[in-house]
Each structure stands twice: as C-alpha cells, then as structure tokens.
Design a protein around this ligand. Structure first.
Ligand code: APR
Length: 227
C-alpha cells in the first residue's frame, strides 16, 4: 500500500476560523512571541502565557474540521497516510485522520512544567493557575515553545524518508526544524504543495496547487482516490 505523508501548517485550519501566524491578520501580529510562546515568558509571567493558550484552546474547541481535514482522512480508504502537523489544534483527528504526529504539541493536553513527558488531558477550555502535575509543578499547555526541543522531529524525519507521495498544505516553511522535513523526502517521490500564496521552496520539484486548502486538497485527494 502506498504511503502518503502530509505536512500541514496553520493554513489548513484557516478556513475553520483559526488564525494563521504570519498572514496579514495573523496571530503574531497581535502578540509578541517573546511574551507568550517562550520558556522565558513562562518564567516571567506564567498567567499571561496560560491565558494566551486558554484563549486559543477556546477557539480550537469552537472550530470544526473543514473539507481539507476530512479529505485527507478519506485518503486512508486507499493509502497508508501519516499526517505530520505543526498545528496544535486537533482538527485532523476530529476530521477523521487516525495517524497524526504533532510536531509542536497539542493544545487539548497539558504538561508538567518539570517533566515534559508527563502530559494530561484538559477537560474544557481552561487550564487554571494552581492546577498541578503529579510532581507538584504548575500545569502548562502541551505545546513546544520557541527555544524548546521538538521531541518528534527525528520520528517525523524518518517518516518523510518512507513517503511514496508527499503533500505540503498551508505552511510558510518559516520555522525550523519543521521546514527542513521536506529535505528528507526522497527526490524521486511526487511532491505537491497546496497554498494560495506558494512560499519559497528550496527545490522546484513541487507540483503547485495555488488554491486555498478547502479547494485544493479535495481536488488532489479525489484524483488520488480515483487514479
Ligand atoms: N489554505 C491553505 N493555506 C493557507 C490558507 C488557506 N485557506 N490561508 C493561508 N494559508 C497559508 C499561507 O499562505 C502560509 O503559507 O498558510 C501558511 C501559514 O503560514 P504560517 O502562518 O507561518 O503558519 P505555519 O507555517 O504553520 O507556522 C509554523 O510557526 O509560529 C510557529 O509554532 C508556530 O506551528 C507554527 C509554525
């Protein structure tokens, strides 16, 4: 069975109403990364960081998977599919995908501030100050902050080496090590990119679908399912 590897970024969730980071009204326009998404920010003002992720968790819970998430899940009818996502929402899972690797964590879980391997489900949208892990440390969102290690990167890289077909959806490829994953996909493997504003690509071996995800992804998945 052919193995399709999909790398997704914030763009695939844009039409579900979740802001991207670097588009014109992007998340990083309203916030300073240093204030809300770094270990230093957590040291300096944990309540502000907690609040930032509580707000984002609220919008994730209110959002619904869109036709791009669902179309990728449908690929599982005919192919082995691995979704590697930079997104911390759970829309791929809610869209039906069963094999999702979250490079930057997932906002619906919390983690110990002492031991990142200790993670817990969060019921509802709010993680409160004073909620402690089993070691007694303050619980934080289970997301990878800038300057922190990306524990899943090696697994993600080796998954990319086993792709028979690669699809990149909705990422500006601005953030490493995630952006470097495309270099692990063998040269002879067909590569597609779906994005209304195709970002700079180190190699021109990509088949470009210059469309938004809810248009471009179903177009491609229907083709693959009916070939
Ligand atoms: N459909 C498809 N792609 C879209 C859509 C859409 N409707 N709308 C925007 N895009 C594209 C943009 O053109 C851009 O290429 O999605 C991409 C969004 O890029 P970013 O905002 O940089 O998001 P992403 O690449 O996921 O950022 C990577 O940076 O801030 C960190 O941890 C954060 O995981 C994030 C990482």
């Amino acid at each position: 069975m052919k193995h399709i590897v999909v790398l997704t970024g914030a763009g695939i969730s844009a039409e579900s109403g979740l802001k991207t980071f670097r588009d014109s009204d992007g998340l990083w326009e309203g916030y300073n990364i240093q204030d809300v998404a770094t270990p230093e920010a957590w040291e300096w003002n944990p309540a502000l960081v907690q609040d930032f992720y509580n707000m984002r968790r609220k919008s994730v819970l209110e959002a619904k998977p869109n036709s791009a998430h669902c179309a990728l899940a449908q690929l599982e009818e005919k192919f082995k599919v691995t979704i590697i996502t930079q997104n911390i929402d759970d829309l791929h899972e809610r869209g039906g995908s069963t094999n999702v690797v979250h490079l930057h964590g997932i906002i619906t879980r919390s983690q110990s501030s002492k031991n990142p391997n200790l993670t817990y489900p969060i019921n509802g949208w709010e993680l409160k100050m004073g909620e402690l892990c089993e070691l007694g440390s303050q619980l934080r969102a289970h997301v990878v902050w800038f300057g922190e290690a990306v524990p899943m990167i090696d697994e993600a890289a080796s998954i990319c080496t086993t792709a028979d077909l690669f699809i990149l959806v909705g990422s500006s490829l601005a953030v490493y090590p995630a952006a470097g994953l495309i270099n692990y996909v063998p040269r002879n493997v067909p590569k597609y990119i779906i994005d209304p504003k195709i970002p700079y690509l180190p190699s021109d071996h990509f088949i470009k679908i210059e469309e938004k995800a809810t248009l471009g992804v179903p177009l491609l998945t229907n083709e693959l399912l009916n070939e």
